[in-house]
Design a protein around this ligand. Structure first.
Ligand SMILES: Cc1ccc(OCc2nc(C(=O)N[C@H]3CCS(=O)(=O)C3)cs2)cc1
Length: 346
């Protein structure tokens, strides 16, 4: 038998000197791999007489076990050492004072800026702000607004539904802020002049529509409110918001279940310069909102007598308007909360 003690001394010395797991693995293979020194000895047992095996067996198996134990112990040491090193180098001292955040980081998000601007403009015309829940029921989001059962807007491809409640009723993420006007008409006596800014949700999102977007709707209910008043209000709004002295507007016939007649409104603009848009001049038109006289069914659904009260309403998407006004290329950037973007536009 070769000098097992010398082999053991050589292997244990090599294991102790192994600086990392790769070195250790090399030693393991040289001793216990297919052609390893210890593996060869274990194979040689097969060719021995029973007499020889009586002493050689325990000796070689003992060597293999001691080498395995030494490898395992060293592997644990190396792991512990690498963890200790990582804990030391990656240590975060949470007691350190915070880095001075750049002052401009605390900015108002452009969407909030636009909402503040819009509410201020309408407040000057006697409007108050009304708010309501983002999670709405079927009545306030659709039925009260004269959407017939089965109307495509009620479908899942447009509307986010919450799980059906045990009484079978279904809640939705509101698809517009119109339910707020419904709630206002049901809780306040006319005259009503409200604007309803807020988040709205539609599930047909694509690269120009995000599933959550923002709207501002407006509602006027009184005894003799008519389209002349609506035209004036929208003109005043556009002049103030787009900061122009006069603005040409175009009212195109349209259809919404909740208004009759319904119109879409474009304002005149000049887009001849690439990446730039100017309002109040040029020969181009930009759709900015929809509006109309509140449908008599909606008045009735909200508890008002259409022979006594009438009024008009409008709705506009804020994200698009903000993009136009601030010249933003990509709607998604609104919702990524990138500090650099916010400080640039904020
Ligand atoms: C009780 C009540 C009665 C009538 C109402 O009419 C709100 C209106 N909205 C529009 C309209 O075109 N809205 C869209 C513009 C772009 S958008 O963000 O996709 C929504 C026309 S009239 C609201 C509430």
């Amino acid at each position: 038998l070769p000098d097992l003690d010398a082999l053991e001394r050589e292997l244990t010395a090599g294991i102790a000197a192994a600086a990392d797991e790769a070195a250790l693995e090399a030693i393991r293979v040289s001793a216990l791999g297919k052609k390893g020194s210890v593996s060869e000895l274990l194979k040689s047992l097969g060719g021995m007489s029973p007499e020889e095996r009586k002493t050689a067996g325990p000796a070689i198996n003992g060597l293999r076990d001691r080498v395995n134990a030494a490898l395992t112990a060293r592997r644990a040491e190396l792991k512990a050492a690498s963890l200790a090193r990582r804990l030391e180098t990656e240590r975060v001292d949470v007691t350190l004072p915070v880095r001075e955040a750049p002052a401009e980081a605390g900015r108002v998000h452009p969407i909030s800026q636009v909402i503040d601007e819009l509410t201020a403009i309408f407040a000057d015309m006697g409007f108050s702000v009304a708010e309501g829940p983002d999670i709405e029921d079927d009545f306030h989001n659709f039925t009260a607004l004269n959407f017939p059962e089965g109307h495509p807007a009620r479908e899942m491809h447009d509307t986010f539904y919450l799980p059906t409640k045990e009484d079978g009723s279904r809640l939705v993420l509101r698809t517009h802020t119109s339910p707020v006007q419904v709630r206002t008409m049901m809780s306040k006596k006319p005259p009503i002049r409200v604007i309803c800014p807020g988040r709205t949700y539609r599930s047909d999102s694509d690269q120009t529509h995000t599933p959550m977007f923002h709207q501002v709707e407006g509602l006027v209910i009184d005894k003799g409110s008519n389209l002349g008043h609506l035209k004036w209000i929208l003109e005043e709004f556009c002049k103030a918001f787009f900061e122009v002295d006069n603005v040409k507007m175009r009212f195109r016939p349209s259809f919404f279940p909740f208004t009759e007649p319904s119109m879409e409104v474009d304002i005149q603009c000049d887009r001849s310069r690439p990446g730039e848009i100017r309002f109040g001049e040029g020969s181009d038109w930009l759709e900015i909102l929809g509006c109309g006289m509140v449908h008599p069914n909606v008045l009735k659904n909200c508890g008002l007598d259409p022979d006594e009260y009438q009024g008009f309403a409008w709705g506009m998407g804020i994200d698009r308007i903000a993009m136009l006004k601030y010249g933003m290329p990509d709607l998604r950037a609104f919702f990524e909360a990138d500090v650099r973007w916010l400080s640039h536009y904020g």
